[in-house]
Design a protein around this ligand. Sequence first.
Ligand code: C2E
Ligand code: MG
Ligand code: MG
Ligand code: MG
Length: 277
Amino acid sequence: HAKKSGKNQSAFFSKALQNTILMKNKIHDILRNSLNNNGFKLLYQPQVDVSTGEIVGFEALIRLKDHQISPAEFIAVAEEHGLIKRMGRFVIRQTILELSKWKVVGLDLKPIAINFSVKQINDKGIIEYIESLLSEHRIPAKYLEIEITESILLENDSEAIMFLNRLKEIGVKIALDDFGTGYSSLSYLSNLPVDKMKLDKKFIDQHLNESGKKIIKQLILLAEAFELDVVVEGVETIEQVRLLQELKCKYIQGYYFSKPIEDEQIREIHSKKYDIS
Ligand code: C2E
Ligand code: MG
Ligand code: MG
Ligand code: MG
């Protein structure tokens, strides 16, 4: 009996493994296809100044147009299969085109942040690519913000730092995404040319207990000590907004204000001021 169930179990696991591989291959196919057939789009999520309710910028988030696969899933596959550089260039180009569109229709420019995978550091000529698109569309570099995670430092420290310094030199802003989820040492904060810190959603999710509050407060103070702007991610409730106001946090991004939206909707909310009184 025991033998039989043991066998079933291994059959089950190899089946599961097979499914994962099939799934990844399927995603890989979809990604390749989408890269060749304009199958990606960007959504934009506003970032709000907690003291005024004004939208101060947006984060661009990639989506597949015709498939319900989350970026968390397909970005990992893109990284594994060497597709992330092309995908990353699409995101850069699309974002700069979006800024350019705003200019054409007379909207004030506000910064758009894009997510940057560690693997894109090895994309030769990527800085020149960014520079030439910015200058072609006459967009000042400060309107482009690049979000990196702490994991960028685990791969290749000095190369990563050099890369970020070059971005900084051309005037692009840099934000540390998902802050507090990775690295345990904070010493890198003094070596990195970062402008902004995005506190991961997990911190605000713990806002109801006292130690959760203390941690958020200390992280905000830490950011201030390094002269970094702070954005808290994943804010969903008015209670969270109130706490962040109380803790003098400056910027918020989350479903409480808006989910990521289509580019056609940006015009409607671009100059919106949320009521946060
Ligand atoms: P992230 O950069 O930390 O982006 C924030 C994620 O949290 C987004 O998920 C956003 O839709 C979601 N979010 C925002 N506010 C809330 C909220 O109030 N509640 C909840 N539950 N979620 C909220 P999304 O769009 O699924 O992206 C997931 C991750 O995929 C991103 O995390 C980022 O790491 C990666 N990603 C997305 N777009 C790109 C891209 O263009 N390039 C690269 N390399 N990575 C990307
Ligand atoms: Mg991000
Ligand atoms: Mg994040
Ligand atoms: Mg994340």
